[in-house]
Design a protein around this ligand. Structure first.
Ligand SMILES: [Zn+2]
Length: 246
């Protein structure tokens, strides 16, 4: 049995038996992990609240035949402000669902994905307004989708690679902007959304939303990316509806 150490954020927990839980985690060194947290349900367990959703720990684990066993966890960040605020909680759930949808074991980009995930939980913790929350999650989605190989193209037309035309249209199937002349030629559905394309370009570069971007346009862009990521994940994600219901 080999032991290993890695930083990891909890994604989900299932009851295994009276004392133990199975935890899925996203780890910085190995991508997706599924481990047993032994004795976690006992009141005196040192793992206790450290195995809750989107808590980040440095874990010490032992390789098992089927599932690895978490022996110890040193808390890195519990992201407490998220747990005290239902709006923040719903955005954090959504980011966690996205990570779960695209995560794989032994992911070659695990360090980058872990860092993006950790950073978005930090930003959600400190965000003051829902505009900031939406912006932060737009940036997270753009970074995550790039790491998993489906980057959103905003600088060149995805059909003709031209960067001289005005970009007014976005195609979910093709993953980026489409110039007006290509829009006339192709039959794939694209949306005409010049403001969202400006927001996507800005969000790739800037940490906080510019005042000129109205909240409803940020919501439209958030939803455009929601549809693109659902398309790439090949399933309808559950948690965006939770955000829409707030
Ligand atoms: Zn074109």
């Amino acid at each position: 049995m080999t032991n290993y150490t890695t930083n990891a954020i909890n994604l989900k927990a299932y009851n295994l038996n009276e004392a133990d839980k199975i935890i899925t985690l996203y780890s910085r060194d190995y991508g997706l992990l599924k481990c047993v947290a032994k004795g976690v349900k006992k009141t005196k367990s040192s793992l206790g609240g450290k195995m809750d959703m989107f808590v980040a720990n440095k874990i010490f684990a032992a390789k098992g035949k089927n599932l690895d066993v978490i022996c110890q966890a040193d808390l890195l960040d519990g992201f407490i402000p998220i747990k005290k605020d239902y709006t923040k909680l719903s955005y954090a759930f959504y980011c966690t669902e996205l990570i779960s949808s695209f995560a794989v074991e032994n992911d070659p980009n695990s360090k980058e994905i872990y860092d993006i995930f950790y950073a978005v939980l930090e930003y959600i913790s400190t965000a003051k307004t829902e505009k900031e929350l939406r912006w932060t999650v737009i940036r997270f989605k753009l970074s995550l989708i790039e790491e998993v190989g489906y980057a959103v193209q905003t600088d060149f037309c995805v059909k003709c690679n031209n960067d001289t035309d005005d970009f007014l249209n976005f195609s979910i199937e093709m993953g980026g902007v489409i110039c007006n002349s290509c829009k006339r030629k192709i039959y794939k559905i694209s949306q005409t959304c010049p403001e969202s394309i400006k927001i996507l370009r800005s969000a790739k570069k800037i940490q906080t939303p510019h005042e000129k971007f109205a909240y409803d346009m940020i919501v439209s862009t958030f939803n455009l990316l929601r549809d693109y990521l659902s398309f790439r994940a090949n399933k309808k994600l559950k948690t965006p509806d939770m955000i829409g219901s707030i």
